[in-house]
Ligand binder design. Structure first.
Ligand code: XMP
Length: 326
């Protein structure tokens, strides 16, 4: 029988053997896979591991605090946060093309991560133990999707790393390689990671940057962050977290429509709700969220986020639509 405790014990032994006394780094994204793989490696080797979290300014409300506070408290992982919002938003200024956004965000993520790597390598050399390993939260479906390859090159593109500097030659630790998502969640729970992180819906690496149709600016991010937080909260209260695979909330920043709020005419932006049901994100159907839940979300967003005067529902399956709008 499959048992989270046994898998943890096996992996801990394997990781210890693989790593010896070397040092290890890991990139936390805030997502389930990196959270669990990092915690598992920490369980095995403690402070030989340093986790890196890049705050690119495209995070959802409360996400950074969740990692820095709840995750660190529950796991004891040694964490370095990189403050990179200004840099990312600077490079995203004026950019509206989705692929261009992805490229910029991916490239800046690598840069930020590399800088920390260099700092840590310098520190490690001073202390006599090299950094030899990089943790990756690769799951079994990722392995299958990427053709079963292994080794230093097989890394999800948004997590880096095609462009590691040549003098940094990491071996990968991939403790989740044989596992499915629900198993990863079970292991995370067993390791004491808070439910808010373990139960998290998939969230794209480029974050809210690809959920603003149009240019990404600080003000627009703030609007979307508030709307997204409201939608997530109401869906959770309604008990729909396990029914819905994920619910992107999208700001149509270049679209305006006329509305009336209070005594006045408004000329605001629409927010799109995109709740989907799926097994693996390859195909998806739009989730039939009860009308009263949709009504509450709509009321709250239009009341509490002044820039938004309409909430619309995306009723497209995948295909032909993708889950994300960009
Ligand atoms: P689409 O929009 O292609 O999304 O139907 C399928 C799944 O992948 C996620 N997604 C991404 N994840 N980097 C990521 O890490 C990306 O650039 C990216 N684009 C889409 C999306 O949230 C969904 O779960």
């Amino acid at each position: 029988d499959w048992n989270a405790g046994n898998v943890i014990a096996e992996q801990v032994a394997r990781i210890r053997e693989q790593v010896g006394s070397a040092r290890v780094i890991s990139a936390l994204s805030g997502g389930v896979d990196s959270a669990v793989s990092t915690a598992l490696v920490h369980e095995a080797i403690g402070d030989q591991l340093t986790a890196v979290f890049v705050d690119h300014g495209l995070l959802r409300k409360g996400e950074r605090e969740q990692v820095e506070k709840d995750y660190v408290e529950s796991t004891g992982v040694r964490l370095v946060t990189v403050e990179a919002a200004d840099t990312f938003l600077g490079h995203l200024a004026g950019v509206t093309d989705p692929e261009q956004k992805r490229k910029i965000i991916g490239r800046e993520f690598i840069r930020a991560f590399e800088q920390v790597q260099l700092d840590l390598v310098a520190e490690a050399k001073a202390e006599g133990e090299p950094i030899k390993f990089l943790v990756q939260g690769t799951l079994y479906p990722d392995v299958v999707e990427s053709g079963g390859g292994s080794g230093t090159a097989n890394i999800k593109s948004h997590h880096n790393v095609g462009g590691l500097p040549e003098d940094l030659d990491f071996e990968l630790i991939e403790p989740l390689r044989a596992l499915f998502k629900d198993e990863v969640r079970a292991i995370g729970r067993e390791l004491g990671i808070p439910e808010a992180i373990v139960g998290r819906q998939p969230f794209p690496g480029p974050g809210l940057g690809i959920r603003i149709v149009g240019e990404v600016t600080r003000e627009r991010l703030e609007v979307l962050r508030e709307a997204d937080a409201i939608a997530r909260e109401e869906l959770t209260i309604a008990g729909l977290d396990n029914t819905i695979w994920q619910c992107p909330v999208v700001l149509l920043a270049d679209v305006r429509s006329v509305g009336v709020q209070g005594d006045g005419r408004t000329y605001g932006h629409p927010i799109v709700l995109r709740p989907v049901s799926s097994e693996d994100a390859m195909t998806a159907d739009w989730t039939r969220v009860p009308y009263d839940v949709l009504a509450r979300i709509s009321n709250r967003i239009t009341n509490q986020v002044p820039e938004v005067n309409r909430v619309v529902l995306d009723v497209t399956s995948k295909p032909p639509g993708t889950i994300e709008w960009e």
